[in-house]
Design a protein around this ligand. Structure first.
Ligand SMILES: Cc1cc2nc3c(=O)[nH]c(=O)nc-3n(C[C@H](O)[C@H](O)[C@H](O)COP(=O)(O)O)c2cc1C
Ligand code: SF4
Length: 420
């Protein structure tokens, strides 16, 4: 067995994990009918068996209007037994289980969320595309309660932690960002005002979490485009979260509707993305992607631990536990990140590629993930259940060519080396 600080226990609030590796929230698109499924169970149990300290069920919406996918969890009483089945099985494998809670805000469509999409401000969102209605103040009161209620359901379902999604351009992030928040009331304008919804949500979540649930917040270190949030403001957000008493922060960046590759780095596989979309429903989007895909979703160069330099600035500014995410594929890089003062490590793609990744690092069978950053899993996840291209039989030739091209470009660093 390999000895490494990566495999030492760590505490997040009241919860102790057996090691530092947490499966990051990466949308599975397996909650068919907005409910837990056997696929979701199988995947997370496999990740737990594969040796992580904690796995995170991704992107559960706290209410109906916050849904952006049909295959997304929607927190409600009737799904508690299905979730409990997953957390019990994850616990039986020795891992802890977390759930990401959020609201997508303007990034949805009436057909999915059951109403006119809502956001920080009224307007038109090209991403969906859809008209959006700014939330009224009285609606914010019930939204805050929905977060609290979702934490109650998470406890009933046996989760150890909740992760509040305050980044990537979803609703809380839409309130934080001057790009999407044009409100004239006390929720808009100054950063102090733009943080008001987040503050209310976090206070309510902490109250409902009590003494037994760990509270993690995923936030942006920057939005990644000209009129979005910059690092200075995001540092203030991190300090505010520390003051509020959250147990840990996950540091990410990017705005899915505007700069999605700032989150994941590398290239969006445009052909894969378009290929799986329903032609009848999305003919216009397929056509747009075909002609303007590369301009609409620009590539962001990938390198191992691509957020580390930014995250170190946050490490210096706050004292609470920080969880690093972004391009972790090798044991040596994970150790380097921990040596910089980060307490936890989140990993998405390396655990999409191989659920046994952590066990393989620990046994010494591997030093690096075989994930070569084709990002096929991302392009596919918008329409079908999340899967690595290596698990797909009979991949159409043009998608195979796209995968091979991306792997050649982004796969050389961090995954091919050091495995001998
Ligand atoms: C298929 C896929 C789906 C994702 N879905 C989510 C999500 O639902 N919520 C979230 O906060 N981040 C999501 N992400 C981002 C990851 O959590 C993570 O921040 C990012 O992929 C960087 O980590 P990695 O380099 O280990 O993949 C997703 C990433 C992937 C690859
Ligand atoms: S190899 Fe490509 S498809 Fe597989 S997990 Fe990595 S990025 Fe996703």
């Amino acid at each position: 067995m390999v000895e490494s600080p990566v495999f030492t226990p760590v505490k997040i609030g009241p919860v102790t994990l057996r090691n530092r590796v947490i499966r990051s929230a990466a949308f599975e698109n397996m909650a068919y009918g907005n409910s837990p499924s056997q696929d979701l169970y199988d995947y997370h149990v496999a990740v737990a068996r594969g040796g992580v300290g904690m796995t995170t069920l991704a992107y559960a919406s706290v209410n109906r209007s916050g849904l952006s996918f049909d295959g997304q969890l929607w927190m409600r009483k009737e799904i508690v037994p299905g979730l409990r089945r997953i957390t019990d099985a994850v616990h039986a494998e020795g891992a802890k289980c977390s759930i990401q809670l959020g609201h997508c805000g303007n990034m949805t469509h009436r057909a999915t969320c059951g109403c006119m999409p809502v956001g920080a401000s009224s307007g038109f969102n090209l991403y969906s595309p859809t008209f959006v209605r700014g939330l009224r103040k009285d609606e914010l009161d019930s939204l805050v309660e929905d977060f609290g209620h979702a934490v109650d359901l998470a406890r009933e379902a046996g989760f150890d932690c909740v992760e509040i999604h305050a980044g990537h351009g979803y609703l809380i992030s839409q309130f934080l960002s001057p790009y999407t928040n044009h409100r004239r009331d006390e929720y808009g304008g100054s950063l102090e005002n733009r943080m008001r919804l987040m503050r209310r949500v976090i206070k309510c979540v902490l109250e409902h979490a009590g003494n037994d649930i760990g509270v993690i917040v995923k936030m942006n270190m920057y939005d990644g485009f000209r009129r979005g949030m910059k690092r200075e403001e995001c540092l203030e957000v991190a300090k505010e979260l520390e003051r509020l008493g959250v147990h840990a922060i996950v540091l990410s960046a990017g705005f899915v509707s505007k700069a999605p590759m700032a989150v994941m780095h590398g290239a969006m596989p445009i052909k894969t993305l378009a290929y799986y979309m329903d032609w009848k429903k999305f003919w216009w989007l397929k056509a747009l992607l075909f002609f303007f895909g590369r301009i609409m979703i620009p590539t962001v160069p990938y390198k191992e631990a691509y957020f580390l330099e930014d995250a170190k600035v946050f490490r210096k500014a706050v004292g609470l536990p920080l969880i690093y995410v972004g391009g972790l594929t090798s044991l040596s890089k994970m150790e380097e990140v921990l040596s910089e003062g980060f307490q936890g490590l989140q990993v998405a793609r390396a655990l999409v590629h191989d659920t046994d990744f952590v066990n393989k690092l620990r046994s010494g069978e591997q030093k690096c993930s075989g994930c070569a950053h084709s990002n096929y899993c991302i392009g596919r996840m918008y329409t079908l259940e999340m899967k690595c291209n290596r698990c797909v039989e009979n991949l159409p030739a043009r998608l195979r060519r796209e995968v091979e091209k991306a792997e050649k470009r982004w796969g050389s660093e961090g995954n091919m080396k050091n495995n001998s």
